[in-house]
Design a protein around this ligand. Structure first.
Ligand SMILES: [Zn+2]
Length: 195
């Protein structure tokens, strides 16, 4: 079980505060559109190759009371929080991020989401490979720093997700992040390199 807190800049208050995002139905259509993008197609193919094909209703739009953008839930699938989505690009990004968690869950039979290092590793990969931290998105969040901002952003966002894990205290999350950073940041599978 894994929930992601801040993929969406609009939930951080940089957009109109009156923005309630999308309806579940609109978001469902946006998810369908995201399935036709090359990155999502690629990840689905690799999930299939790894023995984890994805049924059509694997990715669902829901209304979220918590301030999260979406999540991956083992055995259930991927949820996208419609009320925290505005743009197609945001939906694509959440879908890609969560598909990387699904891929990690699929390829590592012993992956344990209660293990802070396992969770940290998947967050680092999902943050890095989904482009969550590309400079344009960071600019929208108002936290662009010129040098090393991508890694710093991946680290910050991964920390946020791992500390939200009830099994991981702040210090356990920090230690786990340090321990796995190099290996997991450089593990770009199923991509040859970070897209
Ligand atoms: Zn995540």
């Amino acid at each position: 079980m894994e929930a992601d807190s801040d993929a969406n800049p609009s939930s951080g208050g940089y957009y109109s505060a009156a923005n309630d995002g999308r309806t579940v139905e609109e978001c469902q259509d946006m998810i369908q559109r995201s399935l036709r993008t090359p990155m999502v197609k690629f990840l689905r193919e690799h999930l299939e190759k790894s023995g984890c094909s994805i049924r059509d209703n694997f990715i669902k739009a829901i209304h979220c009371d918590q301030k999260i953008s979406g999540g991956y839930f083992r055995g259930e699938g991927i949820m996208v929080c419609s009320n925290h989505m505005t743009l197609q690009d945001e939906v694509n990004q959440v879908v890609i991020h969560e598909l990387i968690h699904a891929y990690d869950d699929c390829r590592a039979a012993n992956l344990d989401w209660a293990n802070c290092a396992h969770h940290a590793c998947s967050e680092i990969r999902a943050g890095h490979l989904s482009g969550d931290c590309h400079y344009k998105r960071e600019l929208l969040r108002g936290s662009l720093k010129i040098r090393g901002h991508e890694q710093e952003c991946v680290r910050r966002r991964a920390m946020k997700s791992v500390t939200a894990n009830p099994y991981c205290s702040e210090s356990a999350a920090k230690d786990a992040m340090e321990a796995v950073w190099d290996v997991c940041y450089n593990d770009t599978k199923p991509f040859d390199r970070a897209p």
